[in-house]
Design a protein around this ligand. Structure first.
Ligand SMILES: [Zn+2]
Length: 320
């Protein structure tokens, strides 16, 4: 299948979707084969110094993603700076590139046949924060808000996951549930990935029985994509309480269908940090949407970047 590389965003997608996201060699090979032109790959076309082409952009995007070029070196032109980045890349892997000669197939050979040493591979990692700004659709709106998947309203939550009957507990946000909601719906699940995050918390968590498979599946997918490093803290799931600052609206945590992560960096009403900034969760969002979770960072007026809630327990097409 030939996919046309139009924008750096598509490269990011390719990198993100790569099954071996932790493996730089595989990613680079994958991107190279998918995205450099057939002419370049076959050797019938060369890249020449000062040339401007899509292949040059592809090369630069890869080098930026691997930290051998800076964002503002993304010129689309095979200039000396790019050649120096390529040379550094080659030297890292012990491959020589004659920067005075036309390059082309030699670049592809470099990306597709170099021998990677285990110890070297650890020093060079795909880092999305190095990718150029234009790679993000919009610094603060990326990832795009889905049209179909909206937040879970109170009446929907009561209808799908409830009912919860309750009374306020004390003067804070807490409630006391007065019907059998908890007994009938809340179960304990294991999320093994919680042991692998920077500040681990118990892998045993309580959630709504209708949310269990999707929560487990989502966390597994995050791990598969190599994204657990983005999660610094897990800040809770089931919690019988109102939404912050309310005495009438139940939190979706009370239904056991929402969880919070990286609270410190994703405060209520704050603009969630952009990709590459500390605590950013934006790279986790596409998978969450796929599994039927709405992201709190997509709230229009009450941004809640720490918050993921299961809107659709019937997103069965994603449950295997
Ligand atoms: Zn929350």
């Amino acid at each position: 299948m030939q996919i046309q590389l139009e924008t750096p965003k598509q490269i990011i997608e390719a990198l993100r979707n790569s099954k071996k996201s932790e493996d730089t060699k595989s990613i680079v090979q994958y991107v190279s084969k998918e995205y450099f032109s057939d002419e370049l790959l076959s050797g019938s076309l060369s890249m020449n110094l000062n040339e401007e082409s899509q292949d040059v952009k592809t090369l630069q995007t890869i080098l930026v993603g691997l930290s051998f070029l800076k964002n503002n070196d993304m010129t689309g032109k095979l200039d000396q700076v790019t050649m120096n980045g390529l040379k550094s890349f080659a030297q890292t892997f012990g491959v020589s590139v004659d920067v005075n000669q036309p390059v082309g197939k030699s670049i592809i050979d470099l990306f597709t046949t170099y021998k990677i040493q285990t110890d070297v591979s650890k020093t060079i990692k795909y880092n999305p924060s190095n990718l150029p700004k234009e790679a993000y659709e919009d610094k603060y709106n990326w990832p795009p808000k889905p049209d179909q998947l909206t937040y879970l309203s109170q009446s929907e939550a009561q209808k799908i996951y409830g009912p919860i009957e309750y009374k306020p507990k004390g003067s804070g946000d807490s409630i006391i549930i007065t019907n059998n909601f908890e007994r009938d719906n809340i179960i304990t699940i294991t999320i093994p990935q919680l042991a692998k995050i920077q500040h681990p918390r118990s892998t045993q968590q309580r959630c709504h029985k209708l949310a269990a498979r999707q929560i487990i599946g989502l966390w597994q997918e995050w791990e598969n994509l190599g994204l657990l490093s983005r999660i610094i803290t897990f800040n809770g799931l089931y919690n019988p309480r109102f939404i912050r600052g309310s005495k009438t609206t139940l939190s979706n945590h009370a239904f056991g269908v929402a969880f919070d992560i990286n609270t410190k960096y994703n405060g209520l009403y704050q603009t969630p940090p952009a990709v590459g900034e500390k605590g950013s969760l934006r790279e986790l969002v596409p998978s969450a949407l796929k599994w039927g979770f709405f992201w709190g960072g997509h709230y229009k007026n009450r941004k809640d970047g720490m918050h993921f809630e299961l809107k659709n327990p019937q997103a069965a097409q994603y449950i295997v």
